[in-house]
Write a protein that binds this ligand. Structure first.
Ligand code: NAD
Length: 457
């Protein structure tokens, strides 16, 4: 099929490339001219394993192109994907839908007869109705269907997630849209139970409900980690014991500095606000947001406690800045907020990240970027592991320790065992490790059950 994709961000570029890879003819468009120029030169604007090769192969095969001719591309397309950003509205935490609505307006007069407008962006329930209204108002004779098809890919595993999805959710309001939208994914040859054909509103809400649940799991395990520290239990054992239950599953039960990234923080807020707009209580999500917001402050305090109670003039080496491993995405990264918190408390911070230091302007100006983990550790009083990059696991711990002035390691990702770290001369502080290396929960920085989401968000 001939497809157009608006937006060449994480989702738009991965979607365009994978749709081309499965045989469609895809034109990808972005308003950001610099991004388009880079893509036309074969440069991928972000770090995603395998994407560069796949883009190149599909451009060469003539199935994928980057275009700035919106009119020609949309008029020719059988389906137009909207994969633009839906960031948080600073004023109230709702999803900012201005990019989505602007995209809808820009294509309203161009859509071909019978075209599908497929919304990949994460949007609150009812957004599809509004897109339909916008297009119909601008072009009353247009013949089109608006489809919801939220994206569930994970940065760092995006291509695999697209090609082998747990599920594809397609929300439609007509038989025609159901048949044509399903045809786009037919080359993936998914098992029938993997494709969910539902109403548009169910599809829109599925995305927020899924991200909300992942966030709940993370905040929950972080609270259980605090409990472990207080009572001398080990969260690694507890989480394994919980996750082996097939009703629960092991994913998203890793304790740490709280969730971040471009999706969970904004989607949990948007879910809460959307529920509120519809007169629904969102107590679970509100509590999740409260727990997560307090987490970063607690981690800064934990590092200060491990450093002897104070960070003033302490030299802190930080390994990892991205919100998780295998991405260069710094959006809402807990590591960056923790660095900021330590700088505010008078620490000097030197950090190393395998992929997250290219966009210097997104990092605090006082942060020093190091050329390697060993360089970051040079003369440091404290070593903080802030992102779970797999390559950190093979670091030479005795060498790191020798490079430092101090002996304290605060491992916010439980990447190392207390035994390995202390065997290399470190005083080890993990998260929720109880007797196996942990600080004590700092009650001042923990939130109480009476604190509301509004008070901390
Ligand atoms: P992004 O900010 O990386 O990219 C969005 C792109 O859209 C930008 O390059 C912007 O210039 C472009 N754009 C804006 N308006 C446009 C228009 N009218 N025409 C063409 N291009 C336009 O965002 P992203 O991370 O790709 O996320 C996109 C959507 O997908 C969001 O709703 C997000 O919540 C959702 N999502 C993201 C992920 C993820 O891991 N990043 C996963 C699942 C869902």
């Amino acid at each position: 099929m001939r497809l157009a994709v608006l937006g060449a961000g994480y989702v738009g570029l991965v979607t365009s490339t994978c749709l081309a890879e499965i045989g469609h003819s895809v034109a990808c468009i972005d308003l950001d001219e610099q991004k388009m120029a880079r893509l036309s030169r074969g440069e991928i604007p972000f770090h995603e394993r395998g994407l560069s090769e796949l883009v190149m192969a599909n451009v060469q095969a003539g199935r994928l192109r980057f275009s700035s001719r919106l009119d020609a591309v949309v008029a020719d397309a059988e389906a137009v994907f909207i994969a633009v950003g839906t960031p948080t509205l600073e004023a109230d935490g709702r999803a900012d839908l201005s990019q989505v609505y602007a995209a809808a307006r820009s294509i309203a007069r161009l859509v071909s007869s019978g075209a599908l407008i497929i919304v990949k962006s994460t949007v609150p329930v009812g957004t599809g109705d509004e897109i339909e209204r916008i297009i119909r108002t601008a072009n009353p004779v247009a013949d089109f269907d608006v489809v919801s098809n939220p994206e569930f890919l994970r940065e760092g595993a995006a291509i695999d997630d697209f090609m082998h999805p747990d599920r594809v959710v397609i929300g439609v309001e007509s038989e025609r849209a159901r048949a044509r939208a399903s045809a786009i994914y037919a080359p993936l040859k998914l098992a029938p139970e993997t494709t969910l054909l539902v109403s548009r509103r169910s599809s829109e809400l599925t995305k927020y409900a899924a991200n909300g649940f992942l966030a709940i799991k993370l905040s929950y395990i972080n609270e259980i980690a605090d409990f472990c520290e207080t009572v001398g239990a080990d969260i690694e054992d507890v989480a394994r014991g919980v996750g082996l239950d097939r009703r629960i599953g092991a994913a998203f039960l890793r304790p740490g500095p709280g969730y971040g990234g471009s999706c969970l923080p904004k989607d949990t807020l948007a879910l809460a606000r959307s529920a509120e707009d519809h007169g629904i209580a969102s107590r679970m999500i509100d509590a999740t947001i409260v727990v997560n917001n307090s987490r970063r402050r607690m981690m800064v305090q934990r590092i200060a406690d491990a450093a002897g109670g104070d960070l003033e003039n302490k030299m802190v080496a930080v390994l990892g800045l991205t919100f998780k491993a295998n991405t260069d995405d710094l959006r809402e990264s807990p590591a960056v907020d923790i660095v900021r918190g330590m700088l505010q408390r008078g620490a000097r911070v030197r950090a190393f990240d395998p992929a997250g230091m290219a966009e210097r302007k997104l990092l605090p100006p006082d942060l020093v970027c190091a050329s390697s983990a060993y360089d970051a550790a040079e003369k440091a009083d404290v070593l903080v592991i802030a992102t779970e990059w797999p390559e950190f696991r093979s670091l030479d711990l005795p060498r790191l320790r020798r490079a430092m002035n101090g002996t304290v390691m605060v491992d916010l990702r439980n990447l190392f065992s207390a035994k390995a770290a202390s065997g290399s001369g470190f005083i080890y502080h993990g998260v929720g490790r109880g007797a196996n290396g942990a600080g004590v929960v700092d009650r001042k920085h923990a939130v109480t059950r009476f604190e509301t989401a509004a008070a901390t968000s």
